[in-house]
Design a protein around this ligand. Sequence first.
Ligand code: RCB
Length: 462
Amino acid sequence: MSKFSTLLALLSVLPALSHAQSAVYAQCGGIGWTGDTTCVSGSVCTVLNDYYSQCLPSSATTGSTSTVASTSTVTPTSTTSVSTTTGSSTGTATSTSATSTSTAAAGNPFAGYEMYPSPLYSSEVAAAAAAMTDADLAAKAASVAQIPTFTWLDTVAKVPSLGDLLANATALQASSGQKQIVPIVVYDLPDRDCAAKASNGEFSIADGGEQDYYGYIDQIVAQIEKHPDVRVVAVIEPDSLANLVTNLSVEKCANAETTYKACVTYALNQLATVGVYMYMDAGHAGWLGWPANIQPAATLFAEMYQSANSSPFVRGLATNVANYNALQASSPDPITQGDPNYDELLYIEALGPMLSSAGFPAQFIVDQGRAGQQNLRQAWGDWCNIKGAGFGMRPTTDTPSSLIDAIVWVKPGGESDGTSNSSSPRFDSTCSLSDATQPAPEAGTWFQAYFETLVSQANPSL
Ligand code: RCB
């Protein structure tokens, strides 16, 4: 599930958006935008980031600016109990001691913050909406651009873009007075995706990949250090530790075990020095939620937490990243039979106490980006471009469990999970199963037909 830029191709379709007065939720500005910059009456052109301005209903924009007066971006440490991290990462001198700032993680790191949407994803969505002929679907599609979605740093070449992202978020925070939290995914382990092929990465253990990874993390740290005023939250390495729980029979995973642990430990410790709140990826209910897997999983995650000196910045675990499980299923999907943890809430409520017993008082975030529709799969282990999927619950801190900090959108909906082309070096046969949408492009690249399905099947609807 890596993510590649299709920006150049997408920019070429942007002129299709240029007609007089943009509609509500349509784009009205941003780098490369050549269309109309005025909005229909009742809506206001609002800058979401450098790449994307959008016509938002006047009432909505009034609402969001009304929070301005209540916060102070000049002295963020004085605002709320959860803002001490911002202070602790204010300079290089204090940042190195941030792991010992035990007050930093008191409470939900999302509370009081607005998640900053990924500009690249917003651009992809805007272009995708512009390419749709059905006006109703296009309007719904365009509205996805303002739903905050994580930015994947899945190659070292993408790390410099983190600087732009943080600079933009800092500017928005300063102009709006609304504190911003920038959500990223750290995803570049050597021998990545060891049990599958679709998302294999750029670094190889046999070819110095461990050192390459340390350099990748160092570059992320350097960018964050330069932008101390905004908060950063990170999902750490999707699939990797879960693969160490269930897939050590796969040679590539067994061979990667020591390196994965060393690299994740390095990421946790280094990112803690600059005040990043972290959630290690913990697969999903249909992976580590099985009775045979859940206790070994708790043991491994607690071990990783302790390898990071039980830093309060290691806030907990992320579940369901890029998967399709409901947070609360109205009834168990038949494919879950045999697993008492048939949805993400059950999984989290079973895993949380095991982690606590092992010394890791973990909190959770749950990806619901593509979980709007249920009972779609032939088997629970199927994960590739599942047919009929819809965008799911919107990101929020209003969650059904005190263990869950936030419902989030981690996987950028519309980016492919993997190619269905069997002659590609990254072809994984999961992507040609009968419940996988085909033909599908390479992992991370834009998949217009799939995006249209996610929009039309969204639940709640867009
Ligand atoms: C990853 O694939 C699957 O879970 C369990 O065994 C059973 N029983 C891709 O590799 C995940 O669902 C297995 O232990 C035990 O009693 C990534 O590329 C699947 O999601 C468990 O390991 C007992 O009846 C991709 O990004 C995951 C397996 C019983 C990621 O998915 C795969 O493991 C589960 O069965 C039944 C996206 O999520 C990795 O091997 C499946 O039900 C089963």
